[in-house]
Design a protein around this ligand. Structure first.
Ligand code: HMG
Ligand code: MG
Length: 306
């Protein structure tokens, strides 16, 4: 199959299932299951895994086992492990786990910033700045999340100028890469283009990724819109796990399986083995006692059992 010249030939996927996916689970998920999920993802060929977050256990109890999970992973060469760190306390705790990358997560709207991290956008930058500095001094790569870039659960529609503003603040404090995040999955392709173009005012294309939740079923279309702009890095979640505790009703990220199927179908390489990925999704779905949210996994599993 010939590849459309304007599209990337290879895409990097970060599986955020162990973090974004599991942070929202009401039932406790044992650390051993999280560790096994990370192992299965790396066996399937994932080279980037967002493992956990070093946030307050009072706010997000599900991530309280962060250090245990990081310590339990058998690291594989060539695989990078990232964690969320909202402040110095989180960063200092994360350091002992030797992450390859940390994520500071800001919001495009004031209300979401308050609800998610209990501070204003300006205050969040004051908290992130020393974290970014310390991480870079320690040789740890720094990613930033631009939450609510396509809509906010509290403020509704979001103007691209606000996305550009937050991206500019992230750049000023030394963040190296930003993810344009549709936290509640309300975005549509043209809005995605506008949000990415707003981000590209401050970051090079190679330093921008898409993080699309699939609440309204738009995430694959949004991924394609981003690809057409040349974006080649995306956060996805095995089995479509996830949501954010501070964005009620928001479902998981686009399923990694669905994105891999789409990309491979378009002749774009990911380095991921779809069958093994589906098995990783089956593993975590069974552990949680529910069906996978991935349409591709559902189709393949039906075919396997036919
Ligand atoms: P705060 O209450 O403003 O913080 O919370 P504080 O500095 O005033 O500290 C209060 C207490 O929390 C103290 O404990 C601190 O020690 C403790 P106490 O004295 O009461 O016993 N504390 C911590 N404990 C562990 N680790 C820490 C930490 N920091 C303070 N790092 C804070 C501020 C950010 C910590 C809090 O609001 C929080 O943890 N929020 C959780 C946010 C979160 O995890 N949200 C979900 C992830 S973001 C997301 O899903 C979006 C994303 O996927 C992109 C997208 O889709 O949009 C990334
Ligand atoms: Mg998210």
């Amino acid at each position: 199959m010939s590849v459309n010249k304007s599209l990337p030939h290879r895409v990097k996927l970060v599986d955020v299932g162990p973090r974004d996916g599991l942070q929202n689970e009401k039932q406790p998920v044992p650390a051993a299951i999280k560790i096994e999920l990370v192992h299965r993802l790396q066996n399937a060929g994932l080279k980037e895994i967002e493992v956990t977050s070093f946030v307050s256990p009072k706010w997000v109890p599900q991530m309280a086992d962060n250090a245990q999970v990081m310590a339990g992973i058998e690291r594989r060469e060539g695989v990078r492990y990232s964690v969320l760190t909202p402040n110095m306390k989180g960063f200092e705790a994360a350091l002992a786990s030797q992450p390859d990358e940390i994520v500071v997560f800001g919001a495009v709207t004031e209300t979401f910033s308050q609800k998610n991290i209990n501070c204003s956008i300006a205050e969040s930058m004051e908290r992130f700045a020393p974290v970014v500095q310390a991480a870079r001094d320690a040789g740890i790569y720094v990613r930033g999340a631009l939450s609510c870039a396509l809509g906010c659960p509290y403020e509704g529609d979001v103007a691209p100028d606000k996305v550009s503003y937050l991206a500019g603040l992230m750049k000023q404090i030394g963040v190296q890469h930003v993810g344009v995040a549709d936290t509640i999955g309300v975005g549509t392709p043209r809005k995605v283009e506008a949000a990415i173009e707003a981000t590209l005012k401050h970051f090079a294309l190679k330093d921008v990724s898409g993080h699309f939740h699939d609440t309204y079923g738009q995430a694959l279309a949004n991924t394609l819109a981003a690809l057409q702009l040349g974006v080649w890095q995306f956060d996805t979640s095995v089995a479509g796990l996830g949501g954010c505790p501070y964005a009620k009703g928001a479902t998981g990220n686009v399923a990694t399986e669905d994105v891999v199927y789409m990309l491979h179908g378009m002749g774009i390489e990911t380095g991921i083995d779809l069958d093994q990925l589906i098995d990783a999704g089956v593993f975590i779905s069974q552990a949680l006692g529910r069906k996978t949210q991935s349409r591709v996994a559902t189709a393949v599993l039906n075919k396997r059992s036919a």
